[in-house]
Design a protein around this ligand. Structure first.
Ligand code: NDP
Length: 255
């Protein structure tokens, strides 16, 4: 097997939560290009349909399932739909996430709960729902989308709930990796830095100094620059890697 063959995912079935736009769509595209059958699991059905049409151009089987990742019932229905239409799930990318900016004293319980439900609790629920069959089959790879915000304190904006949720994702990654390693299920995470997508206010002038000038590479990322790291962790190329949080931040966390 050549080294590039180790990145191939032919015959594998992958689910990408929040795969209908941004980083998730870039990851779903990368997995499809590597040969996987891909299911997109997000809420907006029009966007899901558009993403499926775009991914279908890559080739291979692509479906979407309308899924709110905060709902265990939705996740269980997603698992049944994907398994029925594509086969048992080999790869789960927990990418769906929401951002929030605000000073901690002004953030109410509803906002805290919403961020935690989407960014942290849903990663737990999806890992349980899909991980159960991976553990049973003795094979699988879970890739969580954390953030450099789970490692450092961003400036100038405050977003304590978001940062806490991503730090939790990183440690959940390590916890499940250790627990499921003997069952041949690997659990890793990527920690992107500033990336141009809809979640991010990346072009606001007040952020330029902190979000661009202070990045050693002096720019932000495009989503296609994040996706290859997820492919690496999803594929046999990383067969001896588990519990890793791979930072992709243009050097931001070096300072
Ligand atoms: P986008 O806002 O572009 O996309 C977010 C995706 O998540 C959408 O597909 C959305 O689909 C989905 N989503 C949100 N809530 C739910 C839900 N309850 N159930 C199912 N799907 C949901 O964001 P990004 O692509 O920028 O972010 C993707 C991930 O990357 C997030 O986890 C984010 O925290 C992380 N990240 C982003 C960075 C950046 O600078 N952009 C940096 C570091 C990490 P829908 O609304 O249709 O459900």
């Amino acid at each position: 097997m050549s080294v590039l063959d180790r990145f191939r995912l032919d015959g594998k079935v992958a689910v990408v939560t929040g795969g209908n736009r941004g980083i998730g769509k870039a990851i779903a595209t990368a997995l499809a290009e590597a040969g996987a059958s891909v299911a997109i699991a997000s809420r907006d059905e029009d966007r899901n349909r558009e993403a499926v049409a775009d991914l279908a151009k890559v080739g291979g089987a692509v479906i979407s399932t309308r899924t709110d990742v905060t709902s265990r019932a939705d996740l269980e229905a997603m698992r049944e739909t994907v398994t029925g239409q594509l086969g048992p799930i080999d790869i789960l990318v927990n990418n769906a996430g929401v951002g929030i900016h605000g000073e901690s004293l002004s953030i109410d319980d509803e906002a805290w709960d919403r961020v935690m439900a989407t960014n942290l609790d849903a990663v737990w629920k999806a890992s349980q729902v899909v991980g159960a069959s991976m553990v049973e089959r003795g094979t699988g790879s879970i890739v969580n989308v954390g953030s450099m915000s789970g490692m450092i304190i961003n400036r100038p904006q405050w977003h304590a709930p978001y940062a806490v949720s991503k730090a939790g994702v990183h440690h959940m990654t390590r916890s499940l990796a250790a627990e499921w390693a003997p069952r041949s299920v690997r659990v890793n995470a990527i920690a992107p830095g500033y990336t141009k997508t809809e979640i991010s206010d990346i072009d606001l002038p007040e952020y330029k100094h902190y979000w661009i000038d202070e990045v050693p590479m002096q720019r932000y990322a495009q989503a296609v620059e994040i996706a290859p790291a997820a492919l690496y962790l999803a594929s046999p190329a990383s067969s001896f890697v588990t519990g890793e949080v791979l930072v992709i931040d243009g050097g931001y966390t070096l300072w």
